[in-house]
Design a protein around this ligand. Structure first.
Ligand code: UDP
Ligand code: MN
Length: 632
């Protein structure tokens, strides 16, 4: 018996069970939390990578510091301080010790040890200051306590390549409207953005700065901000304008309102929590002067939400996955071949912030005003630009520091808005490939119950502009997205013997799929292909991020998960026969995927064994696959 072999005696059983459950729970809960907290993925993928890198660097520095301290102690060479101590009388020593002791006691207690704000900042704050800082952090998602103290015109490191610094640009360039959109951002943050723009943009090119208030509720964004605008305009007549929404309309509408109010040749539509870097505008303006059809993204650096240090990001192209979370892509080979690191980088999409020829952006339909709150609008613009005769580029010499918040105060779960907006993009721009978006979000293609709003005017726009197909886009612009037309069943898979547990990828890292209580997040998303593969644990369908395929090792009683490309290379038994409501049979070994109830405990294991006729159902099917064969 399977379970006997795995759990040989009673005490070991208990021990094993406890440790298994522990390890599993930790890994599992982490997975689920990750899934739940999935934020705008591009930012997640690269930014979180950078975040980890940063942490690693900090840790390394911490170690280094301790290391150096230890060395200096072990060298036994008395410092001046030590020498003084040596000369002290015993009494004096006691006095000194007491003084140190009271000083130690005076060090404030850390009030919020779990807050991200205090992980590497704020150790010297009094309790009152900590409370204040934490309050502001919760409200804004970044360190407003610190921002309020930093100079508005603080210098930031010039993160451009050396070659960018050598470049010169003609004086005669198109004029620029800069648009800053905001909803309940801190005043000091907005003022620092404005200051950086005024100080780092040639004044003869900067026509106006347009603030768009997406119906903020914070008082200081009314009176106080108006007063600041008047002050700026006293110094720079007519430079600042403000547009206020009468109700909250979301970031896409805010960007559109800014565009409508603008009048210069070029618009740069930015978040309000940014600081532009040296000579950020010249590369944009000269590129648009050369080609009015290019939509531009600058390169972002990260203003860290806690200590406001600038963390440099590498130059990359902007892409997205099938769920439409944005992510960074490696630089294309053709770019390297140019041997000019100031050259524009051809990019499938943008991250959100953009610059474009004002009229051209209007001609191709600005942004999709039907988008709600957050997400999708950037990919929509990317697809529309490419499919309708424009292009998208990242300019390595144009750098903007962008503050990445620890949390979004306006939305706890971005995925609801993201999913809805992604469906708009899929329906308007992706033709037959749109199924991939439904797969990625684990939604049925019909009757999904999600109201993505009216898309007729966007479809008409596509027709009017005579835009190319998504097939053209994927082949010519974004081959890293891999469409899959063999998927016939997807979603969670349940055994008809017990329908509250689902096939699950199991602990990661690890290669053993398991049965687990159904929660329906991506560790339980399974994809069955008409060609026989079974993907488990979400759908990547990207060239450089491989999905995991189920196989039967042929011996032993456990099924196995491996990267699909590896499984092919190793010739694993990875092809299965399955129809809706049938057994899942390995084509090669003829063994079945089944569940087995452990006799000592009330849980089920997922095993490979001689078929006993167990049946499985998958959550969604494509077209008529499997339906005619309903449960037998
Ligand atoms: N914003 C807005 N209305 C909203 C949500 C956001 O105007 O309903 C603004 C926000 O203040 C910010 C910009 O839109 O300046 C982009 O939002 P955020 O920075 O949260 O998104 P991300 O940086 O992840 O793209
Ligand atoms: Mn932002």
């Amino acid at each position: 018996m399977v379970s006997r072999r795995r759990f040989p005696g009673l005490t070991p059983i208990a021990l094993l069970l406890v440790s298994f459950v522990n390890v599993f729970l930790v890994t599992y809960v982490k997975n689920v939390i990750q899934e739940l907290r999935k934020e705008r993925q591009g930012y997640l993928e690269v930014h979180s990578r950078s975040f980890n890198q940063e942490n690693a660097v900090i840790e390394r520095l911490d170690h280094l510091e301790t290391y150096i301290r230890n060395i200096s102690i072990s060298m036994n060479k008395p410092s001046n301080e030590d020498k003084k101590l040596l000369q002290m009388s015993k009494k004096e020593m006691h006095q000194k010790e007491n003084k140190l002791e009271t000083e130690k006691k005076a060090v404030p207690r850390i009030l919020f040890p779990d807050s991200y704000l205090f992980k590497r900042w704020g150790t010297d704050l009094t309790e009152d200051q900590q409370t204040k800082a934490q309050e502001l952090f919760t409200k804004y998602g970044y360190n407003v306590y610190l921002s309020d103290q930093l100079p508005l015109d603080r210098p930031i490191r010039d993160t451009r390549y050396a070659s960018c610094k050598k470049k010169s640009y003609p004086k005669d360039l198109p004029t620029l409207s800069v648009i800053l959109i905001f909803m309940n951002e801190a005043v000091s943050i907005i003022l620092r953005a404005i200051t950086s723009i005024i100080n780092r943009t040639p004044s003869h090119l900067l026509k106006e700065i347009i603030l768009v208030d997406d119906h903020s509720s914070n008082e200081d964004l009314l009176g106080l901000l108006d007063e600041k605008i008047r002050n700026y305009n006293a110094k720079y007549p007519g430079l600042l304008k403000i547009v206020r929404h009468q109700k909250r309309e979301g970031l896409t509408q805010a960007r559109i309102s800014g565009w409508k109010a603008s009048s210069a040749d070029v618009v740069a539509i930015l978040d309000a929590h940014i600081e532009v870097n040296v000579a950020w505008a010249e590369p944009i303006l000269s590129r648009i002067k050369e080609d009015r059809t290019v939509i531009i993204s600058p390169v972002f650096d990260n203003i860290r939400f806690d200590d406001f240090d600038i963390f440099e990001y590498s130059v990359a192209a902007d892409g997205f996955d099938w769920a439409m979370w944005c992510l960074y892509e490696a630089l294309p080979e053709e770019w390297y071949k140019l041997k000019d690191d100031t050259a524009p980088v051809r990019s499938p999409s943008i991250m959100g912030i953009l610059a474009a020829h004002r009229e051209f952006l209007g001609e191709i339909g600005v942004l999709d005003g039907g988008m709600h709150i957050y997400g999708g609008e950037n990919v929509e613009l990317g697809l529309r630009a490419w499919q309708c005769g424009g292009k998208v580029e990242v300019l390595p010499c144009s750098r903007i520091a962008h503050l990445e918040r620890a949390h979004k105060p306006y939305l706890l779960d971005l995925s609801i808005a993201m999913r809805r907006n992604a469906l708009r993009v899929a329906e308007v721009w992706m033709d037959d490939y749109k199924n991939m978006v439904y797969f990625a979000w684990n939604l049925p293609i019909e009757n999904h119950g999600i109201d993505y709003g009216d898309v007729t005017s966007r479809k008409e726009l596509r027709k009017k502009l005579n835009c190319k197909s998504f097939d053209w886009y994927i082949k010519n612009v974004y081959p890293n997205l891999v469409p899959m037309n063999t998927i016939v069943g997807y979603g969670t898979i349940k055994n008809t013997l017990k329908e509250d547990i689902c096939i699950d990828q199991g602990p990661v890292p690890g290669n053993t799929p398991i049965m687990y209580g159904c929660h329906g997040y991506s560790p339980q998303h399974v994809f069955y292909h008409s060609t026989g593969e079974i993907y488990v644990g979400g759908l990547k369908a990207r060239r450089n991020a491989v999905d995991r395929c189920l196989s039967d090792p042929g011996t032993g009683d456990l099924p196995f998960l491996d990267q699909c490309d590896e499984a092919i290379n190793k010739g694993l038994n990875m092809y299965w026969d399955f129809e809706q409501g049938s057994s899942i049979i390995n084509r090669k070994t003829k063994r079945c995927l089944e569940i087995l109830r452990d006799e000592t405990a009330s849980y089920y294991t997922l095993v490979m064994k001689a078929c006993t006729g167990q049946k499985w159902t998958i959550q969604h099917t494509v077209k008529d696959w499997g339906r005619k064969d309903a449960l037998r």
